[in-house]
Ligand binder design. Structure first.
Ligand code: 5GP
Length: 202
């Protein structure tokens, strides 16, 4: 498999890739569809997701919880390091899931709509130690809904690993203030027609 980082500086290679391939088609939306959201650069993301393991390796993780669709690939890359299963919340009406589900509402940042999220109850056990993984953190709706589902299941959220946080938005700050440990690999402080500025020392 191709090697992207010579010295294990996964954060730097991720920032460089965002600068090279990221597009901002509308205000506050970062498009990274040629390596995350439509075409998936497996070798690249697999390497970068090793950083989630570096950050959470001292924790016992039973399962990774994510949200369809784009969270799944990132979660599966990370799960290989933690050697655990991935559970993903389904969006929309989950007709084939029966009533035995945990549910929460999520406001989609990119589509500006409210969805139902569902996870079959049998996929999360009471006391499970969960790591939540997602591709983006913006206003925090997806992450809080996943925390709500974990809470309904009486599972413990060890923390959240995010590939790209738009740190100038409120989600990360509010959830950290509530005590959630959030580890974001790229933190964007500003994103506009002049370019993308990352938080230094992340
Ligand atoms: P939040 O719920 O924190 O407002 O937004 C996070 C969710 O919205 C993520 O699951 C992600 O799929 C999507 N999202 C938020 N901002 C962006 C963005 O700038 N680009 C892309 N591709 N997805 C985003």
């Amino acid at each position: 498999m191709k090697k992207y980082s010579e010295n294990g500086d996964f954060l730097k290679i991720l920032e460089e890739r965002i600068l090279k391939d990221g597009q901002v088609p509308e205000k506050d939306v970062l498009k990274v569809d040629n390596f995350v959201n439509q075409r998936i650069d497996v070798a690249f993301l697999r390497e970068v997701c090793g950083e989630f393991y570096n950050r959470f390796k001292n924790e016992k993780i039973d399962k990774i919880l994510t949200i369809e669709a784009s969270g799944i690939a990132i979660a599966c890359m990370a799960a290989q390091y933690f050697d655990c299963d991935v559970v993903f919340a389904k969006k929309g009406e989950a007709r084939n899931m029966g009533n035995d589900v945990y549910t929460a509402k999520v406001t989609s940042f990119t589509r500006n709509r409210v969805y139902d999220l569902s996870v079959g109850r049998r996929h999360i056990s009471k006391g499970d130690r969960l790591l939540i993984i997602d591709d983006f953190l913006a206003e925090g709706s997806a992450l809080s809904s996943l925390c709500s589902i974990a809470g309904q299941a009486e599972a413990e959220v060890v923390g959240a690993g995010i590939l790209i946080e738009k740190a100038y938005m409120t989600g990360g700050r509010e959830l950290r203030e509530k005590g959630l440990r959030i580890e974001s690999l790229a933190m964007i402080d500003r994103m506009d027609e002049d370019g993308i500025v990352f938080r230094s020392g992340n």
